[in-house]
Design a protein around this ligand. Structure first.
Ligand SMILES: Cc1cc2nc3c(=O)[nH]c(=O)nc-3n(C[C@H](O)[C@H](O)[C@H](O)COP(=O)(O)OP(=O)(O)OC[C@H]3O[C@@H](n4cnc5c(N)ncnc54)[C@H](O)[C@@H]3O)c2cc1C
Length: 401
């Protein structure tokens, strides 16, 4: 049985769902708030079962070919001297840098292009209201039009407005006491192929990461309790970062200068989305909108790809929509709960407040990077949650005409 399906959000989860559902014969429309496809964003990892889903989409090799070329992670001191190093070549399996390390925009585009062959994309449009009359979901859009769908998939990311409207008060977020700004700056001659991580006092850090576009990806991170910064406009967020990082040392001056002219500023006050249910009537949540795990475990993109695929797979298995949504939830819950298990102390341990604390962290990382223990230590940085059984779901060969 085929359905008319509306997906809100054209990033990782939304495009994966659009790819599969449109190929499985459903009539799929995607609305995206941004006026055009968003290419921005920084390094994200795809691990384990997420790679299996990409393989089933025939996109695994393309994703590897679009890798950032990052060769590992180093912690550096104020002078840029390396104090600990985890090179990918020295580690068995994934460490802080995964083998599939790709920019969010590159991966989203790899998913979007084939999805766009069969699904209809409408940019600059949002859902204003959803009424469920049991027969269908009646959706009113920002432009005023009203349309009927069998199912609405909300893939709007961590701050999803549609989720908050359809499931008011049901998200019980877990704030991780970490604020991160991601943006692109010009590459400098001494930027190398490593992710360089610098800790400054007062729980601050600066990261510089290589990319495959001739630029450098910068992160500014502050470990502190949230104070609503995610609601500020970008200018206020930048002013706040200028103030907090002015005396941070190492390459702070260069990074702050680069932030002024950057084209892709993404600011996130890290919080996990915690929902007791992911569907209500004909509306279902997926990706970060349903269960954001935060970048701390490096598993958010893997969860988004896997969840969207499981959702499409369960709808494909047939039966009524309600049963399919229940099976989707039962299949994804264990992986999500595992992926959200990162202890709240982790950001604090990685962001000491004092010089002594930074000294102790560097000592611990130095020991952890030694040959005898580094495989075990690296795995602590690489999320490996329980994986769902995908054997009942379609492969690419089944959805090609
Ligand atoms: C521009 C951007 C940059 C990012 N950069 C990073 C990064 O550097 N590092 C990192 O770890 N993670 C980043 N992320 C988050 C990362 O992509 C997700 O954590 C993960 O991949 C899960 O993807 P998702 O599709 O569920 O959510 P997201 O990737 O957050 O995508 C949500 C999509 O929904 C759209 N949207 C939001 N609200 C509405 C609405 N009301 N109506 C219609 N559309 C809506 C958004 O514009 C976006 O395209 C970024 C996300 C975006 C959108």
């Amino acid at each position: 049985m085929t359905h008319s399906i509306l997906i809100s959000g054209a990033s990782i989860a939304g495009n994966t769902a659009a790819f599969w559902l449109s190929r499985l014969g459903h009539d799929v429309t995607v609305v995206e708030r941004a006026p055009e496809f968003r290419d921005g964003g920084q390094n994200i990892d795809v691990r384990g079962v997420g790679r299996e889903v990409l393989r089933r989409m025939n996109l695994e090799q393309a994703a590897l070919d679009h890798g950032t070329g990052e060769e590992g992670t180093t912690w550096v001191d104020e002078k840029g001297e390396v104090v600990a190093e985890f090179a990918t070549d020295d580690i068995e399996g994934d460490g802080p840098t995964a083998e599939m390390e790709i920019l969010r925009g590159d991966l989203a585009r790899l998913l979007y292009e084939p999805a766009g062959e069969r699904a209809t994309f409408r940019f600059g449009e949002t859902i204003e209201r959803i009424d469920d009359d049991a027969e269908s979901a009646i959706v009113t859009f920002s432009g005023g039009a009203t349309e009927r769908y069998d199912l609405v998939i909300v893939a709007e990311g961590v701050g999803s407005k549609t989720r908050d409207r359809v499931f008011p008060g049901e998200n019980d977020p877990r704030w991780m006491d970490l604020t991160i700004a991601y943006f692109t700056i010009p590459r400098a001659p001494d930027d190398n192929r490593m992710w360089r991580w610098y800790n400054a006092t007062c729980g601050r850090s600066i990261s510089l990461r290589p990319d495959n576009h001739g630029t450098t990806r910068a992160n500014l991170t502050i470990q502190k309790a949230p104070e609503g910064e995610q609601e500020w406009d970008a200018e206020r967020q930048k002013a706040y970062l200028r103030d907090r990082f002015a005396d941070a040392g190492w390459q702070a001056e260069r990074v702050l200068r680069g932030m002024e002219d950057t084209q892709d500023f993404y600011f996130d006050v890290l919080r996990q989305v915690r929902m007791k249910r992911w569907s209500k009537g004909r509306v279902v949540l997926t990706g970060d909108a349903a269960w954001c795990a935060t970048p701390l475990d490096g598993i958010g993109t893997t969860l988004a790809i896997t969840g969207a695929y499981v959702l499409a797979g369960e709808l494909h298995r047939g039966g009524d929509i309600t049963s399919a949504l229940q099976r989707y939830e039962a299949t994804m819950r264990p992986m999500v709960e595992d992926g959200q298990g990162v202890p709240k102390i982790a950001p604090r341990l990685m962001h000491p407040r004092s010089r002594l604390g930074i000294h102790l962290l560097h000592g611990a990382l130095d020991v952890a990077s030694k040959p005898l223990v580094r495989d075990t230590a690296a795995r602590l940085f690489a999320g490996q949650p329980k994986s769902p059984d995908l054997s009942a779901y379609p492969a690419f060969s089944q959805v090609m005409e």
